[in-house]
Design a protein around this ligand. Structure first.
Ligand SMILES: Nc1nc2c(ncn2[C@@H]2O[C@H](COP(=O)(O)OP(=O)(O)O)[C@@H](O)[C@H]2O)c(=O)[nH]1
Ligand SMILES: [Mg+2]
Length: 233
């Protein structure tokens, strides 16, 4: 993490695995398909391209109330220190109600870039426990002329294989050009399976230190007010 940036320590505790509220955080490099994937989940064009703020949208899928948090590339070299700090504050605030899943968007057919660093950033901000909630969301699925398993097995995809191993082998594929219900339902199914394994959401208790300042944040599922109409504006 960049020198001088704040460090947040969080400990994970759990909510019920059959929680009716699903909260998904999208992370990834610029252009990897975070906003498009968020829109696929939400079934509307909520997130715009080149957004520089952390945004949130909400939808109902079956019995689940699904919240999606779209985070711009936290390692964008064009971000100055103040912008990065602001983004981290926004992230912590938006994620304070807990996370069912963190999706790292990775475009298929393109070489891995700063994904390892983004993973490090997340662990540094949220604590190592967040690892259990990370899943890769491959985008640009339809452009493959082979199955995803065949694609991943190829020798020249060692970088993706390594990244996938680091994420516990968990992944899902999206084709954001065709926003089908199937891919969204399957994703939800995988997230629910993971929540069952993990005993519920990733809920944080945090001590945030920024420079010499030390602020205590205590989050539990009951405390933060969820705003269904919250948006980017
Ligand atoms: N063909 C194709 N294009 C995609 C897919 N996902 C995203 N894109 C395009 O990739 C570009 C960057 O996507 P965006 O969601 O804005 O990326 P972000 O910067 O990570 O939020 C946009 O032009 C999208 O239309 C996909 O699954 N297939
Ligand atoms: Mg975006």
């Amino acid at each position: 993490m960049a020198e001088g940036s704040s460090v947040t320590e969080m400990s994970a505790s759990s909510s019920s695995p059959d929680d009716p509220v699903i909260r998904i955080l999208l992370m990834g490099r610029n252009g990897s398909g975070k906003s498009s994937s968020g829109n696929t989940i939400l079934r509307e064009n909520k997130f715009e391209e080149h957004e520089s703020e952390v945004c949130e949208g909400q939808t109902q899928i079956g019995e689940k109330q699904v919240y999606v948090i779209d985070c711009p590339d936290v390692l964008d070299p064009d971000l100055n220190k103040e912008q990065l700090e602001k983004m981290k504050e926004q992230l912590v605030s938006r994620c304070s109600a807990g996370l069912s899943s963190v999706l790292l968007t990775v475009p298929l057919q393109k070489p891995v870039q700063n994904e390892e660093e983004i993973l490090d950033f997340m662990k540094s901000l949220f604590g190592p426990e967040v690892q259990k909630y990370i899943m890769i969301l491959f985008t640009y699925e339809y452009e493959l002329d082979q199955t995803i398993t065949e694609h991943l097995k190829q020798k020249d995809h060692a970088d993706i294989q390594r990244l996938l191993t680091e994420c516990g082998g968990k992944f899902h594929c999206f084709n954001n050009r065709i926003k089908t219900d199937d891919q969204r339902q399957e994703l939800l199914h995988k997230i629910e399976g993971k929540m069952l394994e993990n005993g519920g959401k990733f809920i944080m208790k945090q001590i945030k230190r920024s420079g010499s300042k030390a602020n205590l944040f205590n989050f539990s599922r009951e405390s933060p007010a969820e705003d269904p109409d919250s948006s980017c504006s």
